[in-house]
Write a protein that binds this ligand. Structure first.
Ligand SMILES: Nc1nc2c(c(=O)[nH]1)N[C@H]1C(S)=C(S)[C@@H](COP(=O)(O)O)O[C@H]1N2
Ligand SMILES: [Mo]
Length: 202
């Protein structure tokens, strides 16, 4: 009898998969699109990525071709959205933020990612260094689609996915942790999915 009903319950989850789902999250095989505004369509000829100091001084900058000539990595990671979906084993191609910061003399404790369209998000520097974050330009073996942040987005999989800024254009080095777009509106400053840091006070 069991084999008759099994198909109606959806895909069977391996026991080790549930241990990878943070509290309050459910698994999805879809890839929902969540954007606070319209999707920018920035031609790569007009794209650049910059590292800037808090006062706006430019510390490093890459054109698209220069950026794509940097060493890149393929990573397979789990992602967790604050709206409660999680997605396991997503595969991305991108440049490690370590690579982008390697020639920058930075005393900063925090960064603010900035984007086409004006979105921002804040992160401790140590959460985007040490092999924990990428500027991703590929997803699932294809160029990253505009709806998901193409030509390039930040990927910080160990924090809620709002920290993974789409259409990212650079990182501003900050002495202090200044709230970004969603953080101003009530999302948690840090956003650890394993501690359910969804909103202020969590
Ligand atoms: N520039 C920008 N980046 C963004 C957002 C946004 O609105 N603008 N939304 C964030 C939120 S809340 C989530 S959950 C993820 C959604 O990414 P996806 O649309 O690829 O699933 O992008 C994050 N990065
Ligand atoms: Mo989100």
């Amino acid at each position: 009898m069991d084999y008759v009903t099994r198909g109606f319950r959806g895909r069977r989850r391996e026991p080790d998969e549930s241990a990878r789902v943070p509290p309050g999250q459910y698994l999805t095989d879809d890839f929902p699109v969540l954007s606070a505004g319209p999707t920018p369509h920035r031609p790569v000829a007009e794209w650049s990525f910059a590292v800037v100091a808090q006062d706006g001084e430019q510390l490093a900058r890459w054109s698209w071709d220069e950026f794509r000539a940097l060493p890149s990595e393929t990573v397979t990671v789990d992602i967790h959205c604050v709206t409660k979906w999680s997605k396991l084993d997503t595969t991305w191609e991108g440049v490690s933020v370590d690579t982008l910061l390697s020639d920058v003399e930075a005393e900063a404790g925090y960064v603010t990612a900035f984007c086409d369209g004006g979105y921002t998000t804040n992160l401790p520097l140590e959460d985007v260094t040490g092999g924990k974050a990428w500027v991703a330009f590929g997803y699932d073996g294809e160029p990253l689609e505009p709806e998901h942040g193409g030509p390039a987005r930040l990927l910080v999989p160990h924090l809620y996915f709002w920290k993974s800024a789409k259409w990212v254009r650079g990182l501003r080095l900050m002495d202090e942790d200044e709230p970004g777009f969603w953080e101003e509106l009530g999302y948690h400053l840090y956003g650890d999915p394993w501690r359910e840091q969804r909103y202020w006070g969590d």
